[in-house]
Design a protein around this ligand. Sequence first.
Ligand SMILES: C[S@@+](CC[C@H](N)C(=O)[O-])C[C@H]1O[C@@H](n2cnc3c(N)ncnc32)[C@H](O)[C@@H]1O
Length: 308
Amino acid sequence: MDLPKVFLTSGGTEPASRRHPWIYSGAVAGVDGEPEDGELVAVHKAKGDLLGVGFYNGRSEVRLRMLKFGPPEDLPGLLRGRLRRAISLRSAVVPPETDMFRLVNSEGDGLPGLVVDRYGPYLVVGMLAKWTEHYQGLLVDLLREELSPKAIFFRAGGKVAEQEGLSPRAEWIGPGERYVWTKEYGHKFKIDLEKGQKTGFFLDQRENRKFVEGLSGGKVLDIFGYTGAFSVYAASGGAERVVMVEASSEAVELARENFRANGVEGVCEVVEGDVFEVLPEGDLGGPYDLVVLDPPALAKARSAVPKA
Ligand SMILES: C[S@@+](CC[C@H](N)C(=O)[O-])C[C@H]1O[C@@H](n2cnc3c(N)ncnc32)[C@H](O)[C@@H]1O
């Protein structure tokens, strides 16, 4: 396989040899050839022997994202193998009556910078590294062959896209639609695939929501409720009353639809507003037996901690 070669410094070789999937710009001594940003390259240790293959990005501080340690393999075969492994791991853990879940979790599935979420018949791809743009056509082919989705929505944007040199995008490949109804543990949720937060839903909180369902009774306060997921679980777990606070009017609208779809609109109430104004006003009708607090990232850097 004739790939461009990247050589590491001796200081950079040591941590990379311990198989960290990210190699920073300061660990790169030189490049043989002219790889495009996002292209697969062979990565060599300082003394010249091969470390593995990774995706190169000349404009990112994370200069290399390692795909494989050891000899190169053909890229489609390598990506297909990772995808199949991720799919088979999910089939062992996704609960019944659940048709939305994270299928590919970036480094955790050996595909650094790639997120793939399933929402019923659709896939939403979160592009977090340049290679997902460089090889987008290949990814579309592989996802279609392995998962037969009705359509795939590609999302890139924000600070990550800027740092990676990714063109911001929100595009369907195939016949997509903005909203889809999906299920999680049998509960119904309407997802905004195009404009929703994250890829449309906070899929990572599934087991916490299930936990809350088991705890619920009495009065529950769901702060930063988004589209009402914790509230639905709390109501279905037997809460007498659930009050949810959320600032986004789009999310509040979906929460109301979700309450109706799950038959809990009589139990769940929405307060649309800023938590930091609503809470100090103190008229949320407490005391509460259970408070769910799932805030946004209030401190994304150490410097933001005091304000957060
Ligand atoms: C991490 S998400 C909550 C996810 C939700 N618990 C779930 O499981 O779907 C944080 C939510 O807080 C909302 N939010 C952010 N700042 C807020 C504020 N100051 N007041 C009220 N809601 C806010 C966002 O719109 C977002 O829906």
